[in-house]
Write a protein that binds this ligand. Structure first.
Ligand SMILES: C[S@@+](CC[C@H](N)C(=O)[O-])C[C@H]1O[C@@H](n2cnc3c(N)ncnc32)[C@H](O)[C@@H]1O
Length: 556
């Protein structure tokens, strides 16, 4: 690295950068912050034409944790006209670039957040290079190599356009994607959004057009690029990215204009891939941190559970507008959930042998000695309650002790977030209960009407009587890990109705038990519409992606 004058100069700059970075109180920014208007780029353009020798270092750490650092120094720097030179004129640019590089320590540069967030010096150097080198900047802005051969996005994938920028001669729109958190808004070209004119129209109607500048790292990652690279570098345990060093990046960059047309095209492709991988690495690191934070948050909320969080499918963050809760119902409005059982058993010890025990209330004994359920789902289960004389280890206390199974909330291939087990599960073993808000039928209809909750996340408490029920569990906004369980036409979990301290017949807990042996790593599934015939499902028509041999085709 020492032989490379570019590297040496960059090292020098990075050292400056690290020194100034120390005074920055916040090294972490929110994902939104990386999306935000990078108006300091104006400084580059403005100051690039000035002859000032001064070095200005500006560090801003605002409340929302946005941190930025500009090192602006200008001497005889590139003029704007360089950015505007003909797109295919690589040789011309190369000359200008060489001249520019020879003046490296004194040029105008803007360092944006990724440099500070980069986890190692190599990453920092490359981000620095990408941000400072006019050819690299222009190259990234081109965005043609990944975009040209395919597509345009489907308008239904988009929630809205949230920002606009014009760079060189191209327009870029910042897109909020359906099911992707705002941290993964990406900048997309006009062409890529050609079928999404309504969204652009809507945005233009709502907004004045400010010509904003974006963080250059963001431009590397259109959604299509993310998906492609993710597919290429996915392993069973995550992403394994082959990152380039600064030397490799600068060698490719230096050679851009050399050779025949095909060689130049290949090099462009190679540079674009190198830079995109680096960007992906940066965003992946940030996402993994977010997922870990959520996992820790869940651990704090329910310390007795063992829940992992994993997304090896894409860059989506933990679900937003969802609050993780423990194994309780949250009664909505005036609903009161009784917590005072009228009576309890008089059994001694663990209720194994007593015949006048709560466990016999439903006619059959629900659990075996290993505490696995042995009755079918249409049999009500009455567990021993707080008025019972038996010990807490009594065999008729299972659901009330909460879930003990190690599970993982993960991003599935076809059906969004899903739940899998990290251990083998015995037939009949308790897995968890559906928790959430308890709402009335009236509220249920209202929520459906105004789309504030989704029917797929609402469970009617209609035990053995689908016409006469009062309450619904809604886990659209509040819930535990069971909220991520997908439907399967051959589900491995059954839903049992269990009463513990509340004897209201309309308010059982919906407890999930394994209906067969389930091996570690298998997805855990329930049948959302058990008992409904194939024909009635077809009529309502939401396509099932469970991939079971006997899939009914629809699950709703
Ligand atoms: C209770 S949620 C399960 C968690 C959900 N996958 C998520 O990402 O939040 C139900 C939703 O999951 C998806 N889903 C579940 N099972 C499915 C299946 N068999 N086929 C297709 N989509 C399914 C549907 O989008 C449905 O609206």
């Amino acid at each position: 690295m020492a032989d490379n004058p570019l590297s040496e100069k960059l090292e020098e700059q990075i050292m400056n950068l690290n020194i100034s970075n120390k005074s920055c109180s916040s090294g972490i920014i929110s994902p939104q912050a990386t999306n935000t208007d990078d108006s300091n780029n104006d400084d580059i353009k403005n100051s690039s034409c000035s002859k000032s020798m001064a070095i200005k270092t500006k560090i801003i750490c605002s409340d929302n944790q946005k941190s930025e650092c500009d090192i602006i120094s200008s001497k005889n720097t590139i003029s704007k006209c360089q950015e505007k030179s003909d797109e295919n004129d690589w040789e011309d640019i190369d000359d200008k670039r060489d001249a520019f590089i020879s003046d490296l320590p004194d040029y105008t540069v803007l360092l944006t957040n990724p440099v500070y967030l980069a986890s190692n010096v190599d990453q920092q150097k490359i981000y620095y290079f990408m941000n400072s080198d006019p050819v690299a900047r222009r190259f990234i802005n081109e965005k043609s190599l990944f975009d040209q051969d395919i597509w345009a996005y489907d308008k239904n994938e988009i929630v809205e356009i949230v920002d606009y920028k014009c760079s060189i001669d191209k327009s870029f729109y910042l897109v909020k994607w359906k099911n992707w958190s705002v941290g993964f808004n990406t900048w997309e070209t006009d062409e890529a959004l050609k079928f999404c004119k309504e969204h652009i129209f809507e945005f233009k109607n709502k907004n004045h057009f400010f010509n904003k500048h974006v963080n250059i790292m963001h431009l590397m990652l259109s959604r299509q690029v993310i998906t492609r690279l993710f597919d290429l570098y996915r392993t069973s345990t995550g992403l394994c990215l082959q990152l380039s060093t600064l030397e490799e990046v600068s060698i490719t960059s230096n050679a851009l204009g050399h050779g025949n047309k095909n060689a130049r095209r290949l090099r462009k492709m190679c540079l674009k891939t190198q830079l995109a991988l680096l960007s992906l690495d940066f965003f992946r690191e940030r996402q993994v941190r977010e997922l870990k934070d959520w996992e820790i948050h869940i651990k704090i909320i329910s310390p007795n559970c063992n829940i992992k969080v994993e997304n090896n499918m894409d860059l989506e963050d933990p679900p937003i507008s969802f609050v993780y809760i423990t194994d309780y119902y949250i009664p909505e409005g005036k609903i009161i959930i009784p917590d005072n059982p009228p009576s309890g058993c008089l059994c001694k010890n663990d209720c194994s042998f007593d015949i006048n025990c709560c466990k016999t209330l439903s006619g059959s004994v629900a659990y075996d000695k290993m505490k696995n359920v042995v009755v079918t789902a249409d049999c009500p289960i009455f567990e021993c309650n707080k008025k019972c004389q038996c010990s807490s280890s009594c065999i008729n206390r299972v659901v009330q002790h909460g879930s003990k199974v190690k599970v993982c909330i993960y991003k599935s291939t076809f059906s969004g977030w899903a739940l899998k087990t990290c251990q083998n599960i015995y037939k009949g073993q308790f897995v968890g209960i559906y928790v959430g808000e308890i709402i009335t039928v009236k509220e249920y209809n209202q929520r459906l009407q105004n789309s504030s909750s989704s029917i797929d996340y609402m469970w009617k408490l209609d035990f053995n009587d689908t016409t006469n029920f009062k309450y619904i569990v809604d886990n659209t906004h509040y819930g535990n890990f069971t909220r991520f369980i997908n439907h399967s036409c051959k589900a491995n979990l059954s839903i049992h109705s269990v009463w513990i301290n509340c004897f209201d017949r309309y308010l059982p807990y919906l407890a999930l038990f394994a209906n067969r042996t389930i091996v570690a790593d298998e997805e855990l599934t329930t049948d959302y519409f058990i008992g409904r015939g194939k024909d009635s499902l077809k009529k309502s028509g939401i396509k099932c992606k469970c991939k079971m041999k006997k899939c009914k085709g629809y699950y709703f």
